[in-house]
Ligand binder design. Structure first.
Ligand code: SF4
Length: 304
């Protein structure tokens, strides 16, 4: 069985065209994300994410290092969008997210990237850091649909999302994969440079779960729809794992698929922050897993 992605119905009904226009109009006074920069990106102004009207892409290709339900046999078709609305001092992709290494692409070129990944057999199109380029993705999507695209889209984001923007994506993205990075907004402000991170991430997860529910897999174990949450364990308990896991288990669903990640290593400007200037210990990771289980979560990536 291959599930039909929701965006095909939206396209047929004409609703996708309406969403594209609604998303594009936000660029004129940008409130796409909670930073609310209010710049006119249609006129070339740039806000904190430093991307204007035209899509910017750093790289694309089949990716086999994502979660198993996304990778399946033929890989997740990742498109790394340039820049980010967060300023994480420890970013492991800082050349893309903070140094903005990437190139402008036309909507047709972005659509062709999706089609190229689809032709290579990828199970999904995985937009990495899409938040600040939502309208650009939507504008490119009809080109890919007209070319035959029929695999789910993945919204792979940092969790600092605007609910109004997410509502425009209902029926477009079948799979949401947000980070939930911090359980304390003061820590988030210090290390990721944005206010109200926790409140924004919580509201975003509620909206995503309302739209797509828990992660559903097909008979091959490949994701077709649903929510998958990532949480990177930081040294010294800085990720606030207990609060994050408690929220997911109680306010979203104990059936939520969660990837608790152990790969933290000091990158970018982490060395300037003594608490972040080391890898996590095996004990810290084991404690994070134990917290998730104690809070009632059982769908933990890599730990059946
Ligand atoms: S998407 Fe970019 S310009 Fe728009 S509010 Fe967010 S950071 Fe600012």
């Amino acid at each position: 069985m291959q599930a039909v992605p929701s965006y095909l119905r939206l396209h047929e009904s004409g609703e996708l065209a309406r969403r594209i226009e609604a998303a594009r109009s936000i660029l004129g006074d940008c409130t796409l994300c909670p930073r609310h920069c209010h710049v006119n990106r249609l006129q070339g102004e740039r806000g904190a994410c430093r991307v204007g009207r035209v899509p910017m892409v750093s790289s694309f290709g089949p990716h086999f290092g994502e979660e198993r339900p996304l990778v399946g046999r033929y890989g997740s078709g990742t498109i790394f969008l340039t820049s980010c609305n967060l300023r994480c001092v420890f970013c492991q992709n800082y050349d893309i997210s903070q140094l903005a290494m990437g190139s402008e692409a036309s909507p047709a070129e972005l659509g062709e990237m999706m089609l190229s990944l689809w032709r290579q057999g990828c199970h999904n199109i995985n937009f990495v850091t899409p938040t600040h380029q939502v309208p650009q993705i939507l504008v490119a999507l009809p080109h890919a649909i007209d070319g035959g695209l029929d695999i789910p889209l993945v919204y792979n984001c940092g969790g600092y999302e605007e609910p109004a923007t997410l509502r425009l994506l209902e029926g477009v993205f079948d799979i949401y994969m947000p980070d939930f990075k911090f359980g304390d907004s003061a820590v988030a402000e210090q290390y990721s440079g944005v206010p109200h991170y926790v409140e924004s991430a919580e509201e975003a997860l509620r909206e995503m779960h309302r739209q797509v529910g828990p992660l559903l897999l097909d008979e091959r174990g490949v994701a077709v729809r649903g929510l998958l949450v990532r949480h990177l364990v930081l040294p010294e308990g800085l990720a606030g794992t207990r609060r994050v896991m408690g929220f997911i288990a109680r306010e979203i669903s104990p059936d939520t698929y969660v990837n608790i990640m152990d790969q933290y290593h000091p990158c970018f400007r982490a060395a300037e922050h003594p608490h972040l200037n080391r890898r996590i210990t095996p004990e810290e990771f084991a404690e994070a897993l134990a917290i998730a289980r104690a809070e009632g979560l059982s769908r933990l990536d890599g730990f059946p």
